[in-house]
Design a protein around this ligand. Structure first.
Ligand code: AMP
Ligand code: MG
Length: 495
């Protein structure tokens, strides 16, 4: 297998990473390959399924041109500063430029210990690897910027957690793995030179339209992407669960599918993560946390600005501008969120008069503890006079009567909106998924895999989630919220 690696991160100075080889495993077997993504990157999917391919996925066999490194970074975890984290169980093999010109990192996750492993074993159990595979690919199908899964393989070895679990490795693909925590790491070292290098590297990869060297331009452009990203999460009812600054990518992609979850019943205070004891990363807090994380980036950039500036005045200018960017974040988020909500309701371009309608919908949903995803889907069925949108039959989910007055208001707004009913319904069908990776479904699939080496449920769920906006009656049960006894109360990192 010939892959054209072109490794720009490894060309940065040596204090950005530690070169490290993967640690061999005993009996690798490919579980899953992302055919489409593989082809985009120049991998032959059949090869990835072969014995040699499995050796590559787990890191036993390196491809020519790869230069495995563990990236260093720091971060704020649950608000607490950790001066050095880094890839403790991951290695960046290198970068590949896809046929459309997009550059991607190829990373192994679960490939063994690195200098940043601390007390960890550098390994990943099968469950969390498959979970990341499923949710990352579901997010991609939902149109959310995200890291991707290229392939997963079991290692043939066990990893020790509370008990012995089968081990696995994920090949993760991302536009880059540069994190807010990467900037924070160099800022905490007072390494202005490194921050300047990282700035230009980030600009070249993610914001090529912007002027290099401009700290404020980066902060501003990133704030935009972050606002869009978190708005997409909120609109879909996605709870990231661990929005630490080391899990925030400068590319604006979602990363780290540890304790994440999609909300079932609408409740802004929903928390899933077992380690989020104070609800810091609850659904309703995500926009505010994003802003807090943005301010950590601003603070890191300030270190470099301060060192470079030839006068206090230049530093003051950055300070003021950076403060303005951070202060403007809630408004940016609100705009993106409201725009998305107007589309979810089939109204088209957002108008201020829609806000009370949106707020009241959320109020009724909260009061009636309605399923977040299916409520929007049900609205479509209520508005449609045709059978094509009556995919979600009453027995699946019916709107509480409390929605009736609200529905009348929506209809009045739709009459005034610039779209006809058909266009509205098309818009709603494209914005409101029916199949989401509900935790109980994911857990069910992972359990089959981890306990019985049976991947049937995993493959089936993956395929259902690859078309989230199209209802298929054959997959009816995957659209359903959990029964009370199926509810997964907490999610775990599983690391
Ligand atoms: P995460 O919670 O996945 O964002 O990881 C936080 C930090 O812990 C990162 O530096 C990881 O590389 C490290 N880490 C997580 N799990 C392991 C593990 N099993 N072995 C070594 N390091 C780990
Ligand atoms: Mg992480």
């Amino acid at each position: 297998m010939n892959i054209n690696f072109d490794n720009t991160y490894a060309a940065l100075p040596s204090r950005f990473y530690s070169p490290r080889e993967p640690e061999p495993v005993s009996a690798p077997q490919t579980i899953k390959v992302n055919d489409e993504l593989a082809r985009r990157l120049g991998f032959d999917p059949r090869w990835l399924r072969s014995e040699q391919g499995a050796q590559f996925i787990v890191g036993n066999q390196l491809l020519e041109g790869s230069e495995p490194i563990a990236m260093v970074y720091a971060g704020h975890q649950f608000g607490n500063w950790v001066p050095r984290l880094g890839d403790g169980r991951a290695l960046l093999l290198g970068e590949v430029v896809a046929d459309d010109g997009q550059r991607f990192d190829i990373q192994l996750k679960g490939s063994g210990r690195t200098p940043y492993s601390r007390s960890g074993d550098g390994r990943a159990p099968l469950g969390p690897v498959l979970r990341e595979y499923l949710v990352a690919e579901a997010m991609a199908a939902l149109g959310v910027p995200t890291t991707r899964a290229l392939a997963a393989a079991s290692t043939g070895d066990t990893v020790l957690r509370e008990r012995a679990l089968p081990g696995a490795v994920l090949v993760r693909v991302a536009k880059s793995h540069i994190r807010i925590g990467t900037f924070e790491y160099f800022a905490s070292q007072g390494d202005a030179k490194a921050i300047a290098l990282l700035l230009n590297h980030t600009m070249d990869r993610h914001y090529p339209e912007l002027q290099r060297e401009s700290f404020i331009a980066l902060l501003d452009a990133f704030a935009d992407r972050l606002a869009e990203l978190v708005a997409r999460w909120q609109l879909l009812g996605f709870i990231h669960g661990v929005m630490n600054t080391d899990n925030m990518l400068l590319s604006g992609e979602t990363v780290d599918y540890g304790p994440c979850a999609f909300m079932n019943e609408y409740d802004p205070e929903t928390v899933f993560s077992s380690i989020d004891r104070y609800g810091r990363y609850a659904y309703g807090n995500q926009p505010a946390i994003a802003q807090w994380n943005l301010s950590r980036l601003a603070q890191s950039l300030l270190v470099a600005v301060g060192a470079e500036a030839d006068s206090d005045e230049a530093k003051d200018i950055f300070l003021n501008e950076a403060q303005a960017v951070v202060d403007a974040f809630p408004d940016r988020f609100r705009k993106a969120y409201r725009k998305g909500m107007a589309r979810k309701l089939g109204l088209g371009p957002y108008r201020d008069e829609y806000w009370p309608l949106i707020e009241d919908l959320l109020g009724v949903m909260a009061d009636t503890r309605s399923d977040y995803t299916l409520t929007f889907r049900r609205l479509m069925a209520q508005l449609s006079t045709e059978t094509e949108h009556e995919d979600l039959a009453e027995e699946l989910f019916s709107l509480d009567q409390a929605f009736d007055p609200w529905l009348a208001r929506l209809k009045a707004h739709l009459d005034d909106a610039p779209l006809d009913l058909h266009e509205s319904l098309e818009m709603m069908a494209a914005e409101n998924p029916v199949f989401i990776p509900r935790n109980y479904l994911v857990e069910e699939a992972l359990q089959e895999a981890a306990e019985h080496q049976d991947y049937t449920a995993f493959h089936e769920l993956h395929d259902v989630l690859s078309e989230p906006f199209t209802y298929r009656s054959a997959h009816h049960r995957f659209a359903l919220p959990p029964e009370p006894d199926q509810c997964v109360g907490a999610t775990f990192c599983g690391t």
